[in-house]
Write a protein that binds this ligand. Structure first.
Ligand code: ZN
Length: 294
């Protein structure tokens, strides 16, 4: 889905909810003469107020009565006044003139979200000397989450074998940042490259929908870099494009990978390597083999 479609869908859904609430209220007015009379009296008071009369006490009394009647009819406040699905953009799809994080999430249908939290981790699985080291990694990550988006580094890179807990940590970070209300996309490198391949081979207006969320989300987590399909003209080129654009825009990216730095250099080339290991912008962690999940 592209931004235009997602915004339209969000606005239309909002409109439908408001319209349903209006229809429900009209139906209630037909069904309850007591509610009808109360509503009529409230409207009369509104006109009185416009004419300068003091009506506040009376109005409060009528509003109370209306509330009681609605409660007796089994109607909840949110039935008549549907809450916004997104408190950030009030279901307009735009925040500060840009697509809201709810829209970016909608457009990234194949993204997963971090499902783990730091509280779930169990450091006792580590030998004592290792525990100290991993604790430092945790503190850096916790501070990254706390300061986000005003962090010292833009990129975090977790390197380690299967079972080293790198996906777990990345998932904890994704979760924490999403909880803070930022748009977070977490996807496997495999899904990411498939998405970029679709972008590369689509030539209609839906094209941008594949790429834009990857560039615009506040935090992108690319899990298991190195396990994606190596596609000619796609994998290396678009991966660099995404990393480079995000860094230029001062946007944050978290990577996890089984590969060590030399293998990363060989696979993606010097350009991508030097972005990933840019000392001013990135920090890397080598994790060893321990399952962190409780
Ligand atoms: Zn929104």
């Amino acid at each position: 889905m592209d931004y235009k479609k997602a915004i339209l869908q969000t606005v239309n859904e909002r409109r439908a909810r408001v319209e349903n609430a209006r229809i429900l209220y009209l139906d209630l007015l037909r069904r309850s003469s007591e509610l009808y009379e109360t509503e009529k009296a409230i409207r009369a008071l509104i006109i009185d107020k416009a004419n300068g009369k003091e009506v506040d006490a009376q109005m409060a009394e009528l509003e109370r009565k209306k509330k009681d009647i609605l409660a007796s009819l089994g109607v909840k406040d949110e039935d008549l006044d549907p809450p916004y699905k997104c408190s950030k953009c009030h279901d307009t799809g735009l925040a500060d003139g840009k697509p809201c994080s709810c829209i970016i999430k909608m457009c990234a249908g194949d993204a997963m979200l971090g499902e783990f939290s730091f509280e779930q981790s169990d450091l006792s699985v580590f030998p004592t000397e290792e525990r100290e080291r991993i604790n430092k990694v945790y503190q850096t990550c916790a501070s990254f989450c706390e300061k986000f988006p005003f962090t010292n580094k833009l990129n975090l890179l977790f390197m380690g074998k299967c079972g080293s807990g790198k996906t777990f940590i990345a998932s904890c970070i994704a979760n924490k940042i999403a909880q803070k209300g930022y748009s977070v996309l977490m996807m496997s490198a495999f899904a990411l490259i498939n998405r970029l391949h679709k972008y590369h081979t689509t030539f209609d207006e839906s094209k941008l929908g594949y790429l834009e969320p990857l560039l615009d989300c506040d935090l992108l987590v690319i899990d298991d870099l190195g396990t994606e399909t190596m596609m000619k003209n796609v994998t290396v080129e678009y991966l660099f494009h995404v990393i480079n654009e995000r860094m230029t825009d001062k946007k944050h990216t978290v990577f996890t990978t089984n590969l060590d730095d030399e293998k990363l250099r060989l696979r993606y080339g010097e350009r991508t390597y030097s972005r990933l290991f840019d000392k001013r912008a990135s920090v890397g962690f080598a994790l060893s083999n321990c399952d962190l999940r409780k």
